[in-house]
Design a protein around this ligand. Structure first.
Ligand code: MN
Length: 420
């Protein structure tokens, strides 16, 4: 099964609040580990995580047809689509099978707060691109003020680097302030200690459903058939470490200490009504990277910041996925263009998605212009250039149109002091 888009008019017998990220049109997949129970693949509906193992145990899902329910292993895109349709049918308001089975309903619908959501798929490989054009050009303006803000390759290929998969953490995991080597311009020698310029990066990512063998490439046209779906990614960054270490080979320890991902893999089928063409690519890109149809998405992005003294978070960034110069399909086409094999569960992040204006800055680096223009936290009057210990960063993503809201939930991380 290639595609399954839930009808806009469909409703679930599970009550879904109007502002919920998870109406029946969404049905994203996650991995839950509720206390005292086995890990299970779950699907979000309203305020609940629907436990697919429990449904399989009760004979409502065929675990021979979908042998994936305790993890995502062996899942391909077609099976995921078929499984999502089975779940849709069970949740649709006129279907009594689960609706009228009180015992099973109580067993399978886990309140979100008790689901203990995990990294949906612990990736074997993690790649970070740099496809947010306003972020790339802001960084250029800050660090190479005498040159063009974009380097000559930027509009010809989606720049990226291989990140570290072992430090991809679930939303809610505390982020230990990294230590590293830094050097101030006036000092003779570098020093080693906790980063003083810890930052977030607002990104989106996609997971691969199935890979490609060595020597072959995935075209832009075929790329989306390899996507399981999308998540929010916070690519935590230590700017002071990065500045000193990155030449000539690029980011290393400044990035590899932590990356947070949101718990729900939102399918492209759920995002179908929100496809957009994306910004014009000029000059035209080479044929093997040329985009095919509407492969960008109109997804709103937010970053909220809360210090330890604040009672509620403050919105500090509003952006949109359509600020990506390169689509995710183009990123995968580029990744595989040299014939490298790719695999199920690989995670690819977009690069920081900043908007054109300052209130769309997807990092503190840009929001405070290298730390020269601190922001004020209105509730307490505190100021910030970079992140302090105790700060909580919450990222949200959602698409909205004609009363339909397809959301990603949250990607949350609290900064805690460096380990001594
Ligand atoms: Mn990044």
């Amino acid at each position: 099964m290639d595609k399954f888009v839930v009808p806009a008019s469909a409703k679930s017998w599970v009550e879904v609040a109007a502002d919920s990220d998870f109406p029946i049109q969404n049905l994203p997949f996650g991995l839950a580990a509720p206390k005292g129970q086995d890990e299970s693949v779950v699907v979000a509906i309203g305020g609940f995580a629907l436990n697919l193992m429990a449904l399989a145990d009760a004979g409502l899902i065929d675990d021979e047809e979908f042998p994936i329910l305790d993890s995502f292993i062996e899942l391909d895109r077609g099976a995921l689509t078929a499984l999502r349709k089975v779940v849709y049918e069970l949740l649709e308001e006129s279907n009594p099978v689960l609706r009228d089975n009180k015992k099973l309903r109580e067993k399978s619908l886990i309140p979100m707060s008790k689901a203990n959501l995990q990294v949906p798929i612990p990736p074997m490989a993690f790649v970070d691109f740099y496809s947010g054009i306003y972020h790339a050009s802001n960084v250029g303006k800050m660090f190479r003020p005498d040159m063009d803000s974009l380097l000559p390759n930027y509009r010809h290929l989606p720049v990226g680097y291989n990140g570290r998969a072992s430090s991809v953490y679930a939303s809610g995991t505390e982020i230990i302030r990294p230590k590293g080597q830094t050097k101030s311009p006036s000092a003779d020698m570098p020093e080693f200690g906790p980063s003083k310029e810890l930052d977030f990066e607002l990104e989106m990512g996609f997971y691969l459903s199935h890979g490609q063998d060595p020597g072959k490439r995935i075209t832009c046209k075929a790329a989306e058939d390899h996507f399981l779906g999308l998540v929010i990614v916070n690519d935590w960054s230590a700017r002071d470490v990065q500045r000193w270490e990155y030449q000539p080979l690029g980011p290393f320890l400044a990035k590899s200490f932590a990356t947070s991902v949101s718990p729900w893999i939102v399918t492209l089928d759920a995002l179908e009504p929100f496809r957009v063409e994306g910004m014009e690519q000029d000059p035209p890109v080479l044929p093997h990277l040329r985009r095919q149809g509407n492969q960008h998405f109109d997804v709103k992005l937010e970053v909220w910041l809360q210090s330890e003294k604040m009672k509620s978070p403050q919105l500090i960034c509003t952006s949109n996925m359509s600020n990506l110069y390169w689509s995710m399909a183009q990123q995968l086409a580029h990744q595989t263009s040299n014939g490298t094999p790719v695999e199920f569960g690989d995670l690819y992040a977009s690069g920081t998605i900043s908007g054109e204006e300052r209130d769309g800055a997807g990092s503190m680096l840009e929001r405070t212009w290298k730390g020269t223009e601190p922001i004020t936290l209105d509730e307490t009057g505190e100021t910030r250039t970079f992140l302090e210990d105790g700060d909580v960063v919450t990222m949200r993503a959602y698409a909205e149109k004609d009363g339909l809201r397809i959301g990603f939930g949250e990607c949350v991380g609290k900064v805690i002091p460096a380990v001594s």
